[in-house]
Structures are given as C-alpha cells and as structure tokens.
Design a protein around this ligand. Structure first.
Ligand SMILES: Nc1ncnc2c1ncn2[C@@H]1O[C@H](COP(=O)(O)OP(=O)(O)OP(=O)(O)O)[C@@H](O)[C@H]1O
Length: 317
C-alpha cells in the first residue's frame, strides 16, 4: 500500500550556498505527488536527500519510523530497498541489453535464481509495454523507450516508494502523455507512493494528488492539487500557469523595479482546474478523490469551467 515519506524541517547547503531551508511535508502512502520549482531550486537535491544519497544539514526524513538522515549505513541500506528510482536519462548501462539492465538490481540485491529473475523481468517489461525489446541496447531505442526501460528497472524490487526525476525530460508531448498514463496506471496497480520532479505544467496540473513548489530557497506551498490550482498566491499562480507576470524572473526573483513596472498589469483569470487523469482501466486509484472535493470541503470556489469532461490540457500545453 506504499509507504509515507515524512520530511521535517529539512535544510541543505553546499558550503556557503544554501539550497533550501526548513522544508517540511508529508507525501501520504500510495499517493502521487509532483514537486515543481524553477531550475536550480534543489528538486534533484531533495530527491537525493530523501533516498539518503545526500545528508541534510538539519532536519529529518522519516520512512517507516526511521530517520534516514541520521540512521546507520546498515539501516539505510535496508530502507533503500523500499525505493525505486527513475533517473532523468533512464541511467541504463550502455553495454548491456535491456533485459540485463532490468535484471541488474535483482542480481545485485537478491539471491533469486535466473528463472525467477526471468519471470520478474518479463513481468515488468510487460507492465511498461516493452515485451519483445529485451535484446535491444539502450543506444538502439528512443528516449521514451529508455525511460520505460528505466521504469521497469525501478520496479523490479517491488518498491513501496518510486521517485521520478524529470520523467518527461526530452520527451515530445505525445510521449509525455503516454508516460503520464503509464505512471497513473502503475500507481493504480502497485499502490506505491510516487514522488515526481517535473517541469511539465500539464503533468503537474493533471497527474498528481498533491503538488509542492520549491522557490527562493524554501517550500513555497505543498498540498492537494486543487488547493494549488485554485491558489491566488503570486508565486504559485505564476508558476502553475506559466505566466511572465509575477515575482519569478528570468534568473529567480524579479527586482523591485521590475515588480513596480508590472504592478498595474491585470492578471488573466485563473484557468479552469482540469480533471485528474484516471487509470485506463476506468477503476479509480485508491487515493483518488472525487473532482471538486477539496474545493467543496474548504469553501473554495474553483475557477469557472473547472472539472469539465474533456478539458484536461493546461492552457498553452
Ligand atoms: N553535489 C553537489 N555539490 C555542490 N552543489 C551541488 C551538488 N548537487 C547540486 N548542487 C547545486 O544545488 C543546486 C540545486 O541543484 P538541483 O539539481 O537539485 O536543482 P533542480 O531544481 O533539480 O534543477 P533543474 O530543474 O535545472 O534540474 C544547484 O545550484 C547545483 O549546482
């Protein structure tokens, strides 16, 4: 049923350079969360800290009651077995075919026989739609296929948590859409907790249960998708609607003169909130909430036209 990720007051710097400070959030078990933020705000650093590859200066990352920021290496090794990670480029070994790449974690971390490994590898290759491509080398297939192979490898140890570092980078919009459907379908099937770092606004608007936004060395907001998509908070509103007007400039923050110059500019109204993408089976995911539920429970009037069927694309996406 997936495992909760609880982050408490996390701070990370490299030397004198602060990346983010006092980040606290909970990714509920089995849910899908998207983490957004302008380039360089430390999204990848956050993923690496969650899996214990980087140590925070302060704070805790609690997985199954263990603080992986401070636990001994041996415990960390065990906790890491709960994770599957899809790296940006799929991180395939170029000289191994897809079968051996996907089998790699099983051969490294388990004592399974080759016939057991074969069953698992073929099952995961099937899950990501790559049956028949086992003999291909990573260099012989498209970027989209490499991502799917990376995803198959991330799934072979039956993870409770899957971290995705920009799964859509380098993919065209159609492939991104297929990959998003695969992510939703996988979540419905395996019930693991998914945390996705992405720059794709359409993904952020339609895929997750929760959205976080890192900006200016802190977590600007984290909460249910409907909360952020109906938010008037300037940074959240600007980022989730890909607008130029707002506090975020070309290189992080705009200065006082730039903000003064645009202070009388009227912001376009918030676009309608799209329906959340559903599993292709038509059976809702366990953590899926009915459209409009968060808004109704919190007395928020969603923008006109929200939750209309067939309205799943973000403006400009
Ligand atoms: N091991 C490291 N040592 C020193 N600085 C690092 C290290 N890893 C990351 N950084 C710095 O941390 C900052 C955040 O990097 P990170 O890759 O997490 O950003 P990001 O939000 O994922 O960016 P992007 O959206 O462009 O991928 C950058 O300035 C980067 O140079």
């Amino acid at each position: 049923m997936g495992v909760e990720i609880k982050i408490e007051h996390l701070t990370k710097s490299f030397g004198k350079s602060l990346i983010w400070k006092d980040v606290s959030l909970t990714v509920p078990a089995g849910e899908i969360c998207v983490m957004l933020g302008p380039s360089g705000t430390g999204k990848s650093v956050l993923l690496k800290t969650i899996i214990g590859l980087l140590k925070p200066d302060e704070g805790k990352v609690i997985i199954e009651g263990v603080d992986i920021a401070s636990c001994p290496e041996k415990e960390l090794y065990e906790i890491r077995k709960l994770f599957g990670v899809l790296f940006q480029d799929g991180a395939m070994f170029g000289s191994m075919n897809l079968y051996d790449n996907v089998a790699f974690p099983l051969r490294e971390h388990t004592k399974k026989s080759e016939s057991e490994i074969r069953n698992i590898v073929m099952e995961k290759m099937d899950l990501v739609g790559l049956l028949g491509a086992e003999d291909k080398l990573p260099g012989e297939i498209s970027g989209g296929m490499r991502k799917r192979a990376g995803l198959a490898r991330a799934l072979v140890l039956d993870p409770e948590i899957v971290l995705f570092d920009e799964p859509d980078s380098g993919l065209d919009p159609v492939r991104t859409s297929f990959l998003n459907q695969l992510i939703i379908d996988l979540n419905a099937q395996i019930d693991a907790t998914f945390l996705i770092v992405t720059h794709d606004i359409n993904t952020a608007r339609t895929v997750p249960d929760n959205i976080g936004l890192l900006y200016h060395k802190h977590l600007a907001m984290f909460g249910p998708r409907e909360m952020l998509l109906s938010s008037e908070e300037p940074v959240v509103r600007q980022f989730l609607n890909a607008q130029r007007v707002g506090p975020i400039g070309m290189s992080e923050e705009k200065d006082a003169d730039e903000l003064e110059a645009e202070k009388d500019q009227e912001l376009p109204p918030l676009p309608p909130i799209p329906l959340q993408q559903e599993p292709s089976s038509g059976i809702p995911r366990k953590s899926q909430r009915p459209p409009g539920q968060w808004c109704a429970e919190n007395g928020v009037t969603p923008p006109p036209g929200s939750f209309a069927p067939n309205m799943s694309m973000a403006p400009g996406a």
